[in-house]
Design a protein around this ligand. Structure first.
Ligand SMILES: Nc1ncnc2c1ncn2[C@@H]1O[C@H](COP(=O)(O)OP(=O)(O)O)[C@@H](O)[C@H]1O
Ligand SMILES: [Mg+2]
Length: 212
């Protein structure tokens, strides 16, 4: 049975696809056979990213396939070591199905209450729907340069009763440019930004290796 990790949110633009690709890349570089299940078929963000990645000859190879439903994606899961579900926004049913299928679901969120409140609400809904709280983890994405804002967001999530990944991903042009050429956030040349992304990815890996 493949390991399954989801990146989910009810909102668009929070960093689901970026986080999914980050996680996929970090496992792939460690030798795992990884597939991203791109469930946002209207946007096909990760599917298009994979094409750019291939065109630019970036290694390691990461399989990406668009799927209309979680059930479809699961049918193809067993041949991989890891399937990362890149979720679509505004979809209660699919989001819950991803959470049910996955060993871990990452909820990327920005720092504003406009982002944090719906993210916590989604986590509450998942718990109400019998998803184990321990499988849910928040990731701070597109953050600014104020440490106190980051600390307050961490506190907000913690007080709501949820875990949060170590580190945070700043909002930076370099990440967008990297994505434009088919790279993941740990594949950019700026050392400090690569390390920020590595810290977040490592936090996912630590969580899952502890479990196993
Ligand atoms: N940390 C970041 N810094 C700069 N741009 C980012 C960052 N994270 C995401 N983006 C950009 O924001 C947009 C939305 O990100 P994406 O990961 O596709 O979110 P989602 O999948 O939740 O819609 C994309 O254009 C992406 O390149
Ligand atoms: Mg997306």
């Amino acid at each position: 049975m493949a390991l399954q990790i989801g990146a989910i949110s009810q909102k668009g633009g929070v960093g689901k696809s970026s986080i999914a690709r980050l996680i996929a890349r970090e496992y792939a570089v460690a030798g795992w056979d990884v597939k991203i299940a791109d469930l946002d078929i209207a946007q096909a963000t990760s599917t298009n990213w994979k094409q750019r990645r291939e065109q630019n000859g970036i290694q390691p190879e990461i399989a990406v396939e668009p799927f209309r439903t979680v059930t479809q994606a699961l049918k193809h899961a067993s041949v991989y070591d890891l399937v990362v579900f890149d979720g679509k926004p505004h979809s209660n049913r699919e989001t819950l199905e991803i959470a049910q299928a996955c060993n871990l679901v990452v909820l990327p969120t920005g720092l504003s209450l406009d982002d944090l409140m719906p993210s916590v609400l989604l986590a509450h809904e998942l718990v109400e729907a019998k998803i184990d709280k321990a499988k849910i983890v928040f990731a701070l994405c597109r953050v600014g340069d104020r440490d106190n804002e980051i600390d307050e967001a961490r506190e907000y999530v913690r007080k709501a009763g949820y875990q949060i990944l170590a580190g945070s991903i700043p909002e930076k042009t370099a990440y967008r440019r990297a994505s434009d050429v088919g790279k993941a956030m740990t594949e950019i040349s700026f050392l400090s930004l690569r390390q920020r992304a590595e810290e977040v990815a490592q936090s996912v890996i630590d969580r899952l290796s502890k479990e196993g």
